[in-house]
Design a protein around this ligand. Structure first.
Ligand code: RNT
Ligand code: ZN
Length: 418
């Protein structure tokens, strides 16, 4: 089987593979910088534990320890990724020149100048995230803290991040999705559930008072069901975040992370529900195993279903902002970036090769037998040929051709790191 033959097979079910490849080339997917260094960043002591209910496990050698190493690793990973890449940074990745450290409430655009240069040189836009975790000022709450000093500190951080996001959007000429997520919550049954949520709401209100151009900066609110050490209560629950976004639709959008729901809930089904109300939504694509474990994204059923829904709902034209969010420290971190990113790209390509018009027609005609048969048969069409053609069109290695490069880089570069 070669590409020409595969193309014919797809044409027989009414799918144009060339068109799918062209379309996917223009879809931007955000690459999360934090896979490269286990979500440590550069502004706090890396020997301190991660907080906020998230966790990286494993101690595979080669973690990036500074901006140079992280950028070098990113560069190498980017060379193996097809499609239109966008960077995704956290505030804790600020780069302080000449050792001039600033706390998170005082961060300024200049602390991201190096990242702007990095993105510009590679023709990438950049998304951004305030970092409301792994910091001494988490008491452990942040935006929902009853301590006004703590809460103000984090509100100032949020405002600083709005200014930085506006700077990134302007410098790079692409919209900047700025995601507000906190791990605020309690390990055990709270005595007051409303208080923290009322404060959280007020804090986001105050952050979003900072001026920004909503055409360029897209603040998001990300919900979560629970985290490690915050099993009983999360201030930013699904209802809280969704309602916040709905009530403030002129200034922010909702973000769904598919690790943040009860295990039998699926984000693939929520996408259309949200798009029936919101012009734009954002996604964190990850892989939960039993909980929000942030495993590397696979080419699995739910990832494919999420991709299908993005495609079918017209999400590729900008309505759905797609980002990855996982962190595995137990395998080669660059391979983790590459395989997860490529899997999401595969899922999107697979979705673009689905006979959607015929599926929709069968559904609307009530022909559920045809619907099932068409959908199942599309699964065994020669997808791998189209995927390799797409990789070639993007000038990156096809499957079976990149892992050896990662191994060489590991030998040459990663093994030198203590
Ligand atoms: C945590 C959230 C959040 C973080 C990143 C690092 O559960 O998913 O998005 O993973 O901001
Ligand atoms: Zn997330």
């Amino acid at each position: 089987m070669n590409y020409a033959e595969a193309k014919e097979k797809y044409a027989a079910i009414g799918v144009d593979t060339d068109r799918a490849i062209e379309l996917l080339k223009g879809v931007s997917v955000s690459l999360h910088c934090w896979q490269g260094d286990d979500v440590r960043g550069f502004d706090t002591d890396p020997s301190k534990p991660l907080t906020g209910g998230i966790q990286t496990t494993g101690n595979y050698p080669g973690r990036a320890r500074n901006p140079q190493e992280l950028m070098q690793d990113l560069d190498f990973a980017l060379s193996l990724l097809p499609g239109k890449k966008k960077m995704n940074l956290h505030a804790c990745y600020a780069i302080f020149e000449d050792g001039k450290w600033e706390d998170r409430d005082k961060l300024r655009p200049e602390h991201f100048k190096k990242w702007v240069e990095f993105c510009k040189a590679r023709g990438m836009g950049c998304d951004f995230n305030p970092t409301f975790f792994s910091h001494p000022k988490c008491d452990p709450l942040t935006l929902s803290s009853p301590c006004e000093e703590t809460r103000n500190f984090w509100i100032e951080h949020g405002k600083a991040c709005i200014r930085i996001s506006q700077y990134l959007a302007e410098e790079l000429g692409e919209e900047c999705v700025m995601n507000i997520w906190t791990g605020d919550g309690f390990k055990d049954i709270p005595g007051d559930r409303l208080g923290p949520r009322a404060r959280y709401r007020d804090s986001i209100d105050r952050i979003l008072e900072e001026p920004y151009d909503f055409g360029k900066v897209k603040p998001c609110v990300e919900s979560k069901v629970f985290g490690i050490g915050v099993e009983a209560y999360t201030a930013g629950s699904a209802e809280f975040s969704l309602l916040y976004a709905a009530k403030n639709a002129d200034r922010c959008i909702p973000l769904m992370d598919n690790g943040h729901y009860h295990p039998t809930e699926v984000v693939s089904d929520k996408i259309s529900a949200l798009l029936a109300f919101f012009p734009e939504i954002a996604l964190h694509v990850t892989r939960p195993i039993r909980w929000d474990s942030d495993h590397v994204v696979l080419f699995d059923d739910e990832t494919r279903e999420i991709a299908s829904e993005i495609v079918r709902c017209g999400g590729l034209e900008g309505r759905v902002k797609i980002a990855l969010d996982y962190f595995d420290a137990s395998i080669n971190r660059i391979a983790a970036w590459v395989v997860g990113y490529r899997n999401l790209q595969k899922a999107l390509l697979f979705a673009l090769l689905s006979p959607d018009a015929a599926l929709k027609k069968a559904q609307d005609e009530g022909d559920f037998t045809r619907l099932m048969v068409l959908r199942e048969e599309a699964k065994t069409l020669p997808f791998g040929e189209v995927w390799n053609e797409y990789c070639a069109a993007c000038d990156v290695p096809g499957d079976g051709q990149w892992l050896e490069q990662v191994r060489e880089y590991e030998e040459k570069e990663l093994k030198k790191r203590g």
